[in-house]
Design a protein around this ligand. Structure first.
Ligand code: EPU
Length: 304
């Protein structure tokens, strides 16, 4: 399908050359060639179905907290997921939260907490959307999405609408079947388990997690953990032990507080990020034999 066809279908909703840096937490990267907002899960499903049927490549952007968008940008359609409806169901025996995939995870988890439901306190420190967390099995404080997910409502390119349970999501550490087969499905919404709890204890746990995060993780533009933790160890500990805190490429540096966080001082580019990733990965592999794997995803057009 050509540009004219896209405009005929989407009309005024379709924008062109929209800068993406401010829609990501690392604050780098170029523009989206075409850009759409999806305000509900139904809208997202409709847009995705159309683009699949027309064979137009697209990328669904959540809060951009775990992606590195190239400086050249994304040469396809970017759909900004603004499907944010959240509902707490507590009439039956087991309470649960139903959240559209563009809902902010922190907000969703806090809503549950404020209403006296426990189980999602770990998620109140994780930037990102519910969809992103379900896709990447986001986690902190020894919990992860895997423990809370009851069902993920997805739209699959060949199999249509499906509800996948935790087992069917094929979860592993910071990954899922959807992350291992990118582009094949889009998450529309998720049902998460919670339990009735004691509000004071829930608040105390959230404060403890927030305090720990403040002590161990730096503020400022970054993508959170850059690398996955290798089995039985921590990427941050390894990078730190090699004296690499403060290592800089252009405007991006290995955080002096947590060595798995790479911070953009405001002048950094996606290329700076990539070069710092390669530099750190290379030194770690040469000195320890461990090849650190990326936790973040690289998106867009990259020339070697
Ligand atoms: N450490 C160092 N130096 C550093 C950083 C860490 O020595 O510069 C040591 C710490 O002292 C600690 C160990 O490494 O003994 C582990 O560090 P930390 O507790 O900070 O946890 P992490 O393994 O680096 C993981 C997740 C984080 C999550 C925290 C807290 C991954 C890749 N990271 O970090 O998730 O917030 O645990 O639960 O699994 C993310 O995924 O983006 C993320 C931030």
């Amino acid at each position: 399908m050509d540009e004219k066809g896209l405009f005929e279908h989407f009309g005024d909703r379709l924008k062109q050359d929209v800068p993406l840096a401010n829609l990501t937490t690392a604050k780098v990267g170029g523009s989206a060639r075409y850009f759409l907002n999806a305000g509900s899960a139904a809208q997202l499903a409709q847009d995705v179905s159309f683009l699949w049927a027309e064979d137009v490549p697209f990328f669904v952007l959540g809060s951009g907290s775990n992606i590195l968008v190239s400086d050249a940008g994304i040469n396809t359609v970017v759909i900004l997921n603004k499907a944010k409806a959240v509902r707490i169901d507590h009439e039956g025996e087991s309470p649960s939260i139903y959240a559209e995939s563009g809902a902010i995870l922190i907000t969703t988890a806090r809503q549950a907490a404020m209403r006296g439901f426990t189980g999602l306190e770990w998620a109140t420190t994780i930037p990102g959307t519910v969809g992103g967390a379900v896709y990447g099995n986001a986690g902190a404080h020894r919990s992860s999405m895997q423990q809370n997910l009851l069902l993920a409502d997805i739209l699959h390119r060949t199999n249509g609408s499906l509800s996948l349970n935790t087992e069917q999501m094929g979860y592993s550490y910071r990954s899922s079947v959807l992350k291992r087969e990118p582009g094949e499905a889009v998450i529309l919404a998720a049902r998460l388990s919670v339990e009735k709890g004691d509000t004071e204890r829930i608040k105390a746990l959230m404060s403890e997690f927030a305090a720990r995060r403040k002590l161990t993780q730096p503020p400022g533009p970054s993508m959170g953990s850059t690398f996955k933790n290798p089995e039985g160890d921590s990427a941050g500990r390894i990078i730190d032990s090699l004296g690499l805190k403060g290592t800089r490429v252009g405007g991006v540096e290995v955080s002096p507080l947590h060595a798995n966080f790479f911070i953009n001082d405001g002048s950094g580019t996606a290329r700076d990020y990539y070069n710092l990733i390669l530099l750190v990965q290379g030194i770690v592999e040469a000195k320890t034999g461990t090849k650190l794997e990326l936790e973040i995803e690289m998106i867009g057009e990259w020339q070697e």
